[in-house]
Design a protein around this ligand. Structure first.
Ligand code: ADP
Length: 190
């Protein structure tokens, strides 16, 4: 089983690339952001998650970890999973290791899309035009997401570096070029 973490700041292209990787390698794509957005909007859980995500803050670990585990359990026959937007804290990374360990599985690799902040702000501003996402809608929220990434999520890189599982990928260029960089890295390792 292949378990790939697609890592990177908001706007780095994780969703776009995860979708293409899913097709190429026959993986299940789990995006915690998508899972939160797909919850019944009237449910308490959806309202709670939205109270964090609309401001660009992280949903608390306890909730997010449960949601992720529940999602993985839906695909017992999967050839592999691509984790997009999870883990976003070192506590989530540790929880994922424990969870996979219980299934005698592990993270194969973490691929980090590297894009500088000015470019992220531009991309998110453009995405706001048609995403309809409240967290894309205003520059202050976008900046908060980038700040939260730097403070809480960037340390997850060290978690995987220490395990020798981290590869940085240049996230600038055409979607196809970036995809080829990711796919080549995966093919070299599996
Ligand atoms: P982005 O475009 O910023 O990568 P996502 O669609 O992955 O956004 O996530 C949107 C929001 O959902 C995040 O800003 C956060 O509030 C919440 N969220 C998603 N994944 C996680 C996670 N692993 N931990 C905590 N909150 C999360």
């Amino acid at each position: 089983m292949i378990n790939i973490v697609i890592f990177g700041p908001p706007g780095a292209g994780k969703g776009t690339q995860s979708d293409k990787l899913r097709e190429r390698f026959d993986l299940v794509h789990i995006s915690t952001g998508d899972v939160f957005r797909a919850l019944d909007p009237e449910s308490d859980l959806a309202k709670l998650a939205k109270s964090y995500s609309d401001k660009g803050n992280l949903v608390p670990d306890e909730i997010t970890i449960k949601i992720l585990e529940n999602e993985v359990q839906k695909h017992p026959q999967a050839n592999g999973v691509i984790y997009d937007g999870f883990p976003r804290t070192t506590a989530q990374a540790a929880a994922l290791d424990t969870f996979l360990g219980e299934k005698s599985a592990s993270i194969t690799m973490a691929l980090a899309l590297e894009v500088e902040e000015d470019e992220l702000r531009e991309r998110l501003k453009k995405r706001a035009l048609d995403s309809g996402r409240p967290d894309d809608a205003n520059p202050e929220i976008i900046q908060n997401r980038i700040d939260v990434y730097n403070a809480q999520t960037a340390p997850v890189a060290d978690f995987y570096k220490e395990k020798g599982k981290y590869t940085g990928i240049d996230g600038i260029g055409s979607i196809e070029d970036i995809f080829n960089r990711l796919a080549d890295t995966i093919e070299a390792k599996v």
